[in-house]
Design a protein around this ligand. Structure first.
Ligand SMILES: [Zn+2]
Length: 283
């Protein structure tokens, strides 16, 4: 029953997307990435669209009322036509709007409630277009770096796209300066690049490790909801990762899986669109 329902939704959305007219206002700008232009559009265009534009200047050159405009002139619609999505549907059949619906609260530590899914909703075509549509395409953009080399020796592979390798290098440099009691959380990392689907999704949704934009720090001290759930699927939040480590990642554009209700506390991924706060930027 539910499968037929979802197939109907996909077909209906596809029909509506492909038959969409292009009479909406075009806010494309001639000079790529003009910050002032972005801010002048606040109120005319959804903040989610503007945040995506602001966060990915190497790829996005403008917006329309209803779409992102990529530098190769691809027009990616912000919304599908399926309005009333419940959270689980959003996770399986998201659009860009769903991806930007939930706010990610960075900074202080809190225990995430059931609404904390910001970052878990990912419109996969957006990531495939940016980082690579196949394992081979992603492989061609990898950079090898030494992870916290002053603490111990481990090489990792991360994408060069969006200069993420340079941002992760800054994270590594800052983490090494933390006092010795933090070092155990930075050793024996779980990995970075791995072309694979998310566990328990029947291969339908790719992990962001596939695009080499995510890192799992200590597997020994990481907690994952699926490892601690009981026979009924219930679980209590658990975490050992100090917030000082989380804040260094967030400062450089990486969100933390420990802020999700379905927690994955060793996991960080590059999602600068969720870490933008217009207030400080506008000052
Ligand atoms: Zn991970």
């Amino acid at each position: 029953m539910s499968r037929i329902f979802y197939i109907f939704i996909i077909c209906f959305s596809f029909f509506k997307l492909s038959s969409q007219t292009t009479d909406s206002e075009d806010f494309r700008i001639k000079s790529y990435f003009n910050r002032d232009s972005i801010f002048s559009l606040r109120g005319k265009v959804e903040d989610g669209l503007l945040k995506l534009w602001f966060a990915y200047p190497e790829f996005i050159k403008g917006v329309r009322e209803d779409a992102l405009i990529w530098k190769d002139n691809t027009i990616m619609l912000y919304r599908d036509t399926f309005c009333e999505k419940i959270k689980d549907t959003m996770l399986v059949y998201p659009d860009l709007d769903d991806m930007m619906t939930y706010e990610y609260d960075a900074g202080m530590f809190y225990t995430p409630d059931s609404n904390c899914i910001a970052g878990r909703v990912r419109y996969e075509p957006f990531f495939r277009k940016m980082y690579g549509n196949t394992k081979e395409e992603v492989l061609g953009k990898l950079h090898k770096m030494a992870w916290v080399p002053k603490i111990y020796v481990q090489n990792i592979y991360i994408t060069k796209v969006n200069n993420i390798h340079k941002k992760l290098q800054k994270v590594s440099n800052e983490l090494q300066k933390l006092p010795k009691e933090f070092h155990k959380y930075l050793k024996n990392i779980g990995g970075t690049f791995n072309w694979r689907p998310i566990k328990n999704t029947n291969g339908t949704r790719m992990s962001l490790h596939s695009f080499a934009i995510a890192i799992d720090i200590s597997t020994k001290h990481g907690k994952y909801w699926d490892w601690v759930k009981d026979m009924d699927g219930k679980f209590e939040y658990q975490n050992e990762i100090p917030i000082e480590i989380v804040q260094i990642f967030e400062k450089h554009g990486f969100i933390w899986g420990g802020r999700w209700h379905n927690f994955d506390t060793m996991h960080f991924e590059y999602r600068p669109e969720l870490l933008l706060d217009w207030g400080p930027i506008l000052k």
